[in-house]
Design a protein around this ligand. Structure first.
Ligand code: NAD
Length: 586
């Protein structure tokens, strides 16, 4: 099917014949992809195609799955020991002289944990990337610890995972799973994957699914009970491990991996806001993380030294983040916070020098790559060109931060149509252009993403002083809410940030309508002084932005006054209206 250009061969081992496919140049480092349950090697087709540009990629159908033959009898034919024999036979055939980089999903990961923790594979594995499949030994110890010392939290964790494991109990019943898979469940499975897991339609799963699933039930029956009740005490990984945890996994709790550093001392953690079948839903992200991890290990440098360790590095490492208004204030702090988390950063600003400086600082503090782009966000054509250039040169943006904005103060009658146009062009249209152009690319790629729009507390706090600015920000807030509803089904989150008074340059560049130039200067200085006294740092807003993406928050008021104002706008709007009538302090 979809493993285009693959060279297939058959490897005989332990009474079965395994179907092994190879892609890419054999002289390059070898990456072995092991599939899970109920799957065949084709689950990796999208990831494999991306990796094959750089690596020698090897996939094989696990015994009893896809085009590999099944052991006879089935019972006892799927033990982890036999699966390890198979792995070694494949590695002997495809990379006899050089250790391989192992990648496993679901049961492919469960068995790969065995490979990477038993003595007889020492020296054959250069690295292991695990997703959605724990070591049964680690799992066994995890349960034992919680049963032996049951605090309420630990009992909660046990019950939580117990509930998620319902299918494991079912798979232990005789015959029924086989009947279900060869009957209605097998027929419905593609639809279930599409609806529940949001797996894109296409030629996956393959027609071998009912047989794969029926045979694969023995993976559970041959191993789970035995290992969970008697976990090996020495299941330590002898290669560096990258753990990718999809946070919305319906089958595995994140907590299962809490003690993992103990078993895998060279551990790098990654998280994704997605469900279980990430090889189908997030191939770009997986290929990029696998590539970085393989390169880091091939270079022989301790992996921890080459992979960012910032607070949110597990989530944003290697992602492409574009920030507008990145030349100063909140935009710069946000770009730098993403850089610290190991993201690749595109710093956009109409101020070329400011953008260039942000890009340079980003590289210095941990961004593997950072670029500056000089663009006026209110210029539709310039934004279109930017979107084309970014997609062509750097890829589809994972996180977009529409932050560029300008200040405008003055009563409604002092605000001229030109003033209105200017503030709406930048503060609202700039955001619209960003969402339209980059949001569409995200949606078309179909692998999720996040959009952050910088609104303001002025979006929900009426005042006599800021009618135009507040209107522009209220529009940004509502646009964000509408877009959030529209993009939710595509796995794209949208957050509106409402900072409050933050100490940045915005006060000294804000336009004050209805006053002459010297009065405007005086007011700019005075407001800069007031914001300076308040002294809320833009770095804290940046932190709130990264957190908003991680938690997929809808509306985020940041400073205490922004939070208090938000609460009042809901509970006591009349009081806010009364406050709005007061004379502004400037
Ligand atoms: P800032 O002036 O320090 O930074 C804004 C950046 O945006 C500057 O580098 C500027 O060159 C850039 N910019 C302005 N217009 C642009 C355009 N048309 N195209 C491209 N870049 C442009 O201000 P800041 O406080 O960091 O503001 C960032 C965002 O936060 C703005 O949207 C602002 O409205 C919002 N905000 C700020 C505060 C605050 O108190 N500072 C409060 C609420 C909301």
């Amino acid at each position: 099917m979809t493993l285009e250009g693959a060279r297939e061969r058959r490897v005989r081992t332990g009474g079965v014949e395994l179907c092994v496919a190879e892609l890419g140049d054999r002289a390059r480092p070898t990456v072995v992809l092991v599939h899970g349950y109920p799957d065949s090697k084709e689950v990796w087709s999208e990831v494999a195609a991306r990796l094959a540009e750089r690596f020698h990629v090897v996939l094989y159908d696990v015994r009893g799955h896809g085009a590999s033959t099944a052991p006879r009898p089935l019972r006892g034919g799927f033990t982890l020991e036999k699966l390890t024999d198979d792995f070694l036979a494949v590695v002997d055939a495809v990379s006899p002289d050089r250790p391989v980089h192992l990648v496993g999903h679901d049961w492919g990961s469960v068995q790969s944990w065995e490979f990477v923790t038993v003595a007889r594979t020492q020296g054959r594995i250069a690295s292991f990337t695990s997703m959605s499949g724990p070591s049964l030994d680690h799992f066994g110890h995890w349960i034992k610890r919680r049963v032996r010392r049951p605090t309420p939290r630990r009992v909660g964790q046990l019950l939580g995972q117990g509930a998620k494991s319902w299918y494991v109990y079912l798979l232990h019943t005789p015959v029924l799973p086989e009947l279900a898979w060869r009957g209605p469940l097998g027929r419905q499975w593609p639809k279930i994957l599409r609806r529940v897991e949001k797996v894109p339609a296409g030629d996956y799963p393959t027609p071998s699914l009912p047989t794969d699933a029926a045979h694969g039930a023995w993976l559970y029956r041959d191993n789970v009970r035995a290992r969970l009740s008697r976990p090996r005490p020495d299941a330590y990984a002898h290669a560096p491990v990258q753990l990718i945890t999809p946070l919305g996994d319906g089958f595995l709790s994140e907590r299962l991996y809490d003690d993992l550093e103990e078993w895998a001392p060279q551990l790098v953690r990654r998280t994704l806001p997605d469900k279980h079948w990430i090889p189908r839903t997030r191939p770009d992200q997986l290929a990029s993380w696998i590539t970085d991890f393989v390169h880091a290990n091939e270079d022989g440098v301790p992996v921890r030294d080459t992979i960012a360790s910032g607070r949110y590095a597990d989530r944003f490492g290697g992602q492409l983040v574009l920030v507008t208004g990145a030349g100063s204030g909140i935009g710069r702090a946000t770009a730098l916070a993403f850089a610290e988390a190991g993201a690749r950063v595109v710093a956009v600003d109409r101020d070329a020098e400011g953008a260039a400086r942000t890009a340079e600082m980003s590289r210095l503090i941990g961004s593997p790559e950072a670029w500056a782009e000089t663009v006026d966000v209110s210029d539709e054509q310039a934004m279109e060109k930017l979107a084309e250039r970014v997609a062509g040169e750097y890829g589809v943006v994972d996180v977009l931060v529409n932050n560029a904005g300008i200040g405008l103060s003055g009563s409604f009658f002092d605000t001229t149509p030109e003033d209105w146009k200017k503030v709406l062009d930048v503060n609202l249209w700039g955001v619209i252009h960003g969402c339209r152009l980059f949001g569409r690319q995200m949606a078309e790629r179909g692998q999720g993403g996040h959009i952050v729009n910088t609104a303001s507390a002025a979006a929900y706090l009426p005042s006599k002083a800021l009618p135009a600015y507040s209107t522009s920000k209220a529009a940004v807030l509502m646009l964000s809410e509408c877009l959030r509803a529209e993009l939710a089904g595509k796995g794209i989150g949208v957050s509106a940030i409402c900072p409050g008074f933050v100490n940045t340059n915005i006060t000294s560049t804000a336009h004050f309508a209805g006053v002459d130039a010297s009065e405007e200067k005086r007011r700019q200085k005075k407001s800069a002084r007031l914001y300076g006294l308040r002294n809320y740092p833009p770095e804290k807003v940046a932190d709130a932005i990264l957190r908003a993406v991680v938690r997929n928050q809808a509306v985020v008021p940041v400073t205490p006054e922004a939070r208090g104002g938000r609460l009042m706008s809901r509970l006591a709007p009349r009081a806010l209206r009364a406050i709005a009538r007061l004379e502004p302090p400037l």
